[in-house]
Structure formats: C-alpha cells, structure tokens
Ligand binder design. Structure first.
Ligand code: AMP
Length: 219
C-alpha cells in the first residue's frame, strides 16, 4: 500500500497517518517530522530549514526532493509507505511521479482530508507538541498531565513556533496558493479519495478505509 496523505496543516494528517501506518504495517514518512529532527540536531539540512519553517514557509523543492528520494528508495519503504507532508508543490508532485516510474510504483493513492479554515486555526492554536518525541496533543487532554504519554518526557509540552497564530495564517496562505494545485495534478490522474476531516478521529479513519475499499484501492 502506497498512500499520499493530503490536506491543510492541522487537518489531522499526522494522526491518521499513524493509525494507517499501524494497521497496514507500513512506515509513516512525515517530512515535517524529518525536518524538525534535522533542526533539533542542527544537521546541514536542519540549518537551512529552521528559519524557513519558523516563518511558515516552504523549504526549497530541491532539498525536499533529494530528501524524499533518499527515504523512498530505502529498504524501509520497499513494501509500502504513507507520505504525510509531501508533495506540497506541483514541482514536488512531478518529481515524485518521476521517482515512482523509475522505481516501478504505479499503485499510489492520494487521500485528501478536507476541513474548513476556521476550524483549522482553532485546532492549531489548541495543539501542543512534545519537545522530546514530537507527538501532538490537544491542549485540553494534557492540562493535568506532566509527562508525555508517548515517550515519558516530563514538562515537555510546547506550542510549536509554526502553530502560533501569525505563522498559522501564513501556512494556510501557502497551502492555498502553492499546495492546493497539487490536488488538481492528482485528480487528473485518478486514484484520489476525499474524506471529511471535520469528524472524530475514529470516523475519519473508518471513512478512509471504506473509501479505499469502495474504489477497489484497498490492497
Ligand atoms: P508539517 O509538520 O507537515 O506541517 O511541516 C512543517 C513545516 O516543514 C512546513 O510548514 C514546511 O516549512 C516544512 N515542510 C514539510 N514538508 C515540506 C515539503 N514537502 N516541502 C516544503 N516544506 C516542507
């Protein structure tokens, strides 16, 4: 199973990707997580990406394409993967297509999770991340929690720089102007399913699985 999860920042791609990754036993490839790790470790890529990410802008295509080539051709992704956060531009989408044809992949499915903008701003403002492992939580669920339920790190919750209100606005603008055209690119090729993201985590997941089955894309 090869899946591309597509949708606005804050729509729940990361959450759904983790569930799908477990149920299909395929790796969850989040370019945002890879970049945040690189920034934390101050690698060459991290040094280049840090400030761009803090402004809510996109890391240049050439860096992202090189990164995704390395990951998708690794042994880990041999039997499938779920991509979360890539492609975000039509240039990235075309490069991904080229890579897929080079490595013989023709079964990728794009899942578009929809949501409305007001809800997205509310969600992003109300989410907190763990500094240690990057897990994302809803503020009200961790109000009286000291340690990260995923990795156990204490007092590690913080508001990501790019989840601050002024940066959120920029991320949403970038999504509309630069990332949305990626959807048309894929719609032209078929193999796209659309799921309403304004529902519970369980229902969104159920709808994804049902749509995959309905369209005979479940394999
Ligand atoms: P995310 O966690 O997916 O929202 O990504 C966080 C940030 O990482 C984005 O706002 C971008 O600055 C950067 N980023 C992640 N994926 C990409 C990509 N495919 N192309 C360019 N920048 C990206």
């Amino acid at each position: 199973m090869r899946i591309i999860l597509f949708g606005s920042p804050g729509v729940g791609k990361g959450t759904q990707a983790k569930i799908i990754s477990k149920s299909f036993n395929i790796p969850h490839i989040s370019t945002g997580d890879i970049l945040r790790k690189a920034v934390k470790e101050q690698t060459e890529l991290g040094k280049k990406a840090g400030e761009i990410m803090a402004r809510g802008e996109l890391v240049p295509d050439d860096l992202m394409i090189a990164l995704i080539k390395e990951v998708l051709t690794s042994a880990e992704c041999k039997n499938g993967f779920i991509l979360d956060g890539f492609p975000r531009t039509t240039v990235q989408a075309a490069a991904l297509d080229k890579l897929f044809s080079q490595i013989g992949i023709s079964d990728a499915v794009l899942i578009y999770i929809t949501a409305d903008e007001n809800e997205i701003v509310r969600r992003l403002n109300n989410r907190r991340a763990c500094k240690q492992c990057g897990s994302i939580y809803v503020l009200k669920d961790i109000e009286n929690v000291n340690a990260c339920p995923n990795c156990g790190a204490e007092n590690s919750f913080y508001l990501r720089n790019d989840d601050k209100e002024e940066v959120i606005k920029n991320r949403l603008e970038v999504f509309k102007s630069t990332t949305m055209p990626v959807l048309d690119y894929y719609k032209g090729k078929g193999r796209v399913i659309e799921v309403n993201g304004l529902d519970t985590i369980e229902n969104v997941n159920k709808n994804i699985i049902e749509s995959l089955k309905e369209k005979n894309l479940y394999n």
